[in-house]
Write a protein that binds this ligand. Structure first.
Ligand code: KIV
Ligand code: ZN
Length: 504
């Protein structure tokens, strides 16, 4: 009988800590519903004590998403744990996840405590959490750089205090697969009450070994893997959920383990997360990259025609890719659109459907075929425009060409007023940004600007992403349009609106 591995998804917590990946509440709820369809066992919905917005997001997800356990993160401090419980308590299956650093550098330098004090804090935190919730997870942060005998003591004491899951994080992505396996084996060998808890791992990808380390831990007996969609997460990210799920499925002969992941939902989930976070998936990314199932070399294509198994170890259908590309057009109708949105993971409330249909028609009228990728962008724009805006773009007129001085005339709407400014620049985008900065009074440093085509063809939607800085504050703006100059203007304005709202 294969062993069941619990999949703990932390896209909405650790994944959201990816630089530039901030998600609004509506997007978090959408992703949580999609994670439930993907059938993850646990959703870590956020860190409730860290901000009122995070509290609200975790609490809404706990009340609305059914199926998976809903966990919240809390430092090993009473106020964090109590706030976490308040946020998760309405979930069908709530979990409090509390943590404290256990490596020497964390104990002595960051926490400025002794190992005895940290052990006591961990035990007190677990006891408090257990007095509130039946399902408590404890993480020994930076476990992979913690002295093993001390790690053993912490694990044994927190199980004794009532923790039902013990997580061994490789917080800085320092471990190697053999070391990971040895650590898990050591704990199984030395912790006397280990059978009373599930052992979990949480691996970061700083050296590109997060998935390999997680799988080594599974082979050594770990029963839970913490991971994120598309491998998002702090710095280089976490172990990628889709890679863990497909490795355990494809190499069941090797691991003799299984997950409950509904793998045909992988692509929908990956695309939704990429679109809502604005973090593009690299084309050669395993499982979900655009090239993951593409065969370029003639010899490979020939082999594939003879027998798919020559060069394919997984079926594209297993992750939700099919040969037939589904497209919509201007005549697909409101129901056709709603139905396809549901199929790719968006349950759109009736009252939001009119606005979304209007956006869809605006794209469909200009573009012959609307692909799923376009629908993800339309849905991201719908979320973005539901968020408060200080300024909005009314009109944009640009003069550019090989012999013309690039000039932009921008008209922005603000408090029922129209404000206009014309500026010249070294290119049309530069001229537009100068005009927007002038009107909004926001001088920002633009440190990244990219434009990409969402689908194929010259009539594809262009998606612009800008990263700007104002002092210590950073913002990422995104927008899509069939006109790349308009997309560039909207993305810049999106970032400026975020900074203005934060300032207020
Ligand atoms: O990387 C880490 O150690 C974490 C913990 C809070 C689990 O994210
Ligand atoms: Zn982490």
């Amino acid at each position: 009988m294969p062993r069941q591995i619990t999949i703990f998804d932390t896209t909405l917590r650790d994944g959201e800590q990816s630089p530039g990946a901030s998600l609004d509440q509506a997007s978090k709820l959408r992703i949580a519903h999609q994670l439930a369809r993907l059938n993850v066992d646990v959703i870590e919905a956020g860190f409730p004590y860290s901000s009122p917005e995070d509290f609200e997001a975790v609490s809404t997800i706990a009340q609305e998403v059914r199926g998976p356990t809903i966990a919240g993160l809390a430092r090993a401090l009473p106020e964090d744990i109590e706030s976490c419980w308040e946020a998760v308590k309405h979930a069908e299956k709530p979990r409090i996840h509390t943590f404290i650093g256990t490596s020497k550098v964390h104990v002595e330098k960051r926490l400025e405590k002794t190992e005895e004090q940290v052990l006591e804090m961990a035990v007190d935190a677990v006891k408090l959490a257990c007095s509130l919730c039946d399902d408590v997870e404890f993480s020994a942060e930076d476990a992979m750089r913690t002295d093993l005998p001390y790690l053993r003591d912490v694990v044994e004491a927190t199980i004794e205090a009532g923790a039902t899951t013990i997580n061994i994080p490789d917080t800085v992505g320092y471990a190697t697969p053999p070391q990971m396996a040895e650590t898990i084996e050591y704990l199984f060998d030395k912790v006397t009450n280990i059978e009373q808890a599930t052992i979990s791992v949480h691996c970061h990808d700083d050296l590109g070994m997060a998935v390999a380390n997680s799988l080594a831990a599974v082979q050594a007996g770990a029963g839970q893997v913490e991971c994120t969609v598309n491998g998002l997460g702090e710095r280089a990210g976490n172990a990628a959920l889709e890679e863990i799920a497909m490795a355990l499925k494809t190499r069941a002969d090797e691991f003799d383990c299984e997950t409950r992941i509904n793998t045909p939902e992988i692509i929908n989930t990956s695309r939704m997360v990429s679109s809502l976070t604005g973090i593009v998936v690299q084309p050669n990314k395993a499982i979900v990259g655009a090239n993951a199932f593409a065969h370029e070399a003639g010899i490979h294509q020939h082999g594939m025609i003879m027998d798919r198994q020559t060069y394919e170890i997984m079926m594209p259908e297993d992750v939700g890719l099919s040969d037939s590309v589904f497209t919509l057009g201007p005549r697909s109708g409101r129901h056709g659109l709603q139905h396809r949105l549901e199929e790719i993971g968006y349950d759109v409330p009736e009252e939001e459907m009119d606005a979304i249909y209007e956006r869809f028609l605006a794209v469909a009228d200009k573009k012959k075929q609307v692909y799923d990728e376009d629908l993800h962008v339309i849905m991201r724009q719908a979320s973005a425009s539901a968020a408060a805006e200080v300024y909005h773009l009314e009109r944009l007129q640009i003069v550019a060409g090989s012999s013309a001085m690039p000039t932009a005339v921008v008209v922005l709407g603000h408090n029922d007023e129209e404000i206009q400014h014309a500026a010249c620049g070294n290119g049309p985008v530069n001229a537009t940004y100068k005009a927007i900065s002038h009107i909004t009074g926001m001088e920002v440093e633009l440190y990244d600007y990219t434009i990409r085509s969402v689908t194929r063809g010259t009539d594809a939607l262009g998606e612009a992403t800008v990263r700007v800085k104002r002092g210590e504050e950073e913002a990422v703006g995104k927008a899509a349009s069939l006109d790349v100059l308009e997309a560039s203007a909207l993305a810049y304005l999106n970032a400026i609106n975020m900074l203005l709202l934060r300032e207020r």
